[in-house]
Design a protein around this ligand. Structure first.
Ligand code: DC
Length: 233
């Protein structure tokens, strides 16, 4: 029986984090949101006022930054140089800085090493963009979650607590489309489904069905005994 290491990839706003967290909880597995680590790297670059067009300067600052993380009740907690940046990394300035920072190969090398280290125990739910293809090519289950851009914008808007006006949603949709473009077009480990990934288009799916779908496949594949409780954030 393969080890229960589950890789969940997909574009921004596909519902990966909330789904992965719930799947992990249902299966009694640890969970890692790798986007939080790239966000921490972007935070470190912003803090040092690095020119975001200067890849060498970004690489240098991120190399020096001590990025640590731990699983918390509602996701991952992250520290940069000993300072808790868990909420800072969700702010708009980090949303904008994270794309140029995560494209720098030295940054990716450091992040991938941290993630592989975490995954080395052989079990867990790990979520990102390049997990099935690069970080954990041996994961026993790979899922690629996606959804139409306007649906993803709506979900992101709710998550960020911003108003649902057509203008705000149009802005978010454009931001998401730009991030998709950068994620899929970058040279170093671009966003794409692993060959053996299960593709889950969640545009018209209920959250519970998304979760149940993955949990069912995982329990068949890994012979995992399930917790009977159904919902928990
Ligand atoms: O999932 P998120 O929006 O928090 O991710 C933040 C950024 O990090 C996103 O622009 C893509 C990048 N990322 C990445 O390049 N590789 C990963 N494994 C996870 C995230």
């Amino acid at each position: 029986m393969p080890q229960p290491l589950i890789a969940i990839d997909g574009p921004a706003g596909a519902g990966k984090s909330s789904t992965a967290r719930q799947v992990a909880w249902r299966l009694g597995l640890p969970y890692l949101d790798t986007g939080a680590l790239y966000r921490a790297a972007a935070y470190a670059a912003l803090k040092q006022r690095v020119d975001l067009k200067d890849s060498a300067a970004i690489a240098k600052v991120v190399d020096k930054a001590v990025i640590t993380f731990a699983q918390a009740e509602r996701g991952v907690k992250v520290w940069v140089d000993g300072i808790d940046v868990t909420s800072d990394i969700r702010q708009p300035d980090v949303n904008l800085a994270v794309s140029p920072v995560c494209e720098v190969s030295e940054v990716r090398r450091k992040m991938v090493a941290m993630q592989r280290n975490w995954a080395a125990r052989g079990f867990g739910v790990i979520e990102g963009r390049d997990i099935g293809t690069t970080v954990c090519p041996n994961a026993g289950l790979k899922v690629f979650m996606t959804a139409r851009p306007e649906i993803r914008a709506l979900r992101r808007g709710k998550e960020l607590g911003i108003d649902q006006s057509p203008e705000s949603l149009a802005k978010l949709t454009a931001e998401i489309a730009e991030r998709d473009r950068r994620d899929t077009e970058r040279d170093d480990s671009p966003l794409k489904p692993a060959a053996e990934a299960i593709i889950l288009d969640t545009s018209d799916m209920l959250f519970a069905d998304q979760v149940n779908n993955i949990v069912r496949v995982a329990s068949e594949r890994f012979g995992t005994r399930l917790y009977s409780g159904s919902t928990r954030p």
